[in-house]
Design a protein around this ligand. Structure first.
Ligand SMILES: Cc1ncc(C[n+]2csc(CCOP(=O)(O)OP(=O)(O)O)c2C)c(N)n1
Ligand SMILES: [Mg+2]
Length: 283
């Protein structure tokens, strides 16, 4: 483990889990950006990935299953000084939290969403998640999954997210660089991080991903939404990793009069009448 002010030594993850690489890349990204532990809030829901806030020395919040995004955006809205990062699983983000995922893309609060996508429900011992490939046999889906998997990066681009990337936990240098760009991006940013689950996903292993992933190079125009969607749809023998789409957009705070100056709301003088007049357009 690197010497970092973000270190906490205890974890309950299985040896070989991709979560270790993701958390060490996260620490490295935060160090590189010069962040201090008290300036960062890491939020998770429920799951193995969602334990990340417990294993990193920052402010942390563990919510309910599928409910990582609401407290994260709320924290950012009331304290815009915080760097707010959600680290949670594919089930948590795209299954139980699917509605929050779509609607927080529309809301565009300046937070970063790192999804530990092991294509399985890890904590509950290996049921199919929304990203499990079709025909994948599990203890519950004994004849193989019959549902088409969700493509989260394609969905995010289509729903209007301004920063969408895919990464692989097995290439930590590349993952760290993507994390840095995602944290720096002003607005909602999604990084779908492919990661092996050594205990409960025997199909999408480290070798499975290693054989398939390839890095997008400069020839990929990150501002071209249709090209980004095309790249997002590549899945199978070849899987592109890197920033798929990036575009500046107005964030939530820019659109609300009393948040525009990016002051910390909890430090603002409270005038009920003023707040009421700001809110009249929303009720
Ligand atoms: C509302 C609700 N539904 C289901 C569960 C049970 N549950 C806890 S974690 C989990 C799956 C977690 O999978 P994922 O988010 O992919 O994280 P991983 O463990 O794979 O990192 C489920 C189904 C729960 N705690 N609450
Ligand atoms: Mg999972």
């Amino acid at each position: 483990m690197c010497d970092s002010s973000f270190n906490i030594s205890e974890t309950a993850w299985c040896p070989g889990c991709g979560d270790f690489d993701i958390i060490s890349s996260l620490k490295e990204a935060l160090e590189t950006l010069g962040k201090k532990p008290h300036e960062v809030l890491v939020v998770g829901g429920i799951g193995q990935a969602a334990k990340t806030p417990q294993y990193i020395n920052t402010n942390g919040f563990c919510g309910l299953h599928g409910r990582a995004l609401p407290p994260a955006v709320a924290a950012k809205i009331v304290n815009s000084r915080l760097t707010v990062i959600v680290n949670t699983g594919d089930g948590d983000s795209y299954g139980e939290g699917g509605n929050h995922f779509i609607h927080n893309i529309r809301r565009n609060v300046d937070i970063t969403h790192f999804v530990h996508n092991n294509q399985i429900y890890g904590l509950t011992k290996g049921q199919a998640s929304p990203t499990t490939d079709i025909s994948h046999i599990t203890d519950i889906q004994t004849a193989g999954t019959i549902h088409e998997p969700l493509n989260p990066v394609l969905l995010a681009i289509a729903a209007g997210a301004g920063f969408v990337a895919r990464a692989f936990s097995g290439d930590t240098k590349h993952l760290t660089s993507i994390m840095i760009e995602a944290i720096k991006y002003r607005g909602y940013s999604l990084v779908d991080i492919l990661q092996p689950c050594v205990s409960f996903n025997k199909v999408n292993t480290f070798q499975w991903y290693s054989k398939r992933v390839y890095k997008l190079d400069e020839s990929h125009d990150v501002t071209d939404r249709l090209k980004a969607m095309e790249k997002a749809m590549e899945w199978g023998e070849r899987i592109p990793i890197g920033i798929l789409y990036k575009k500046d957009k107005p964030v939530f705070n820019d659109k609300i009069e009393f948040l525009k100056d990016n002051q910390v709301l909890i430090e603002k003088e409270f005038h009920m009448e003023k707040v009421k007049s700001y809110l009249k357009d929303f009720v």
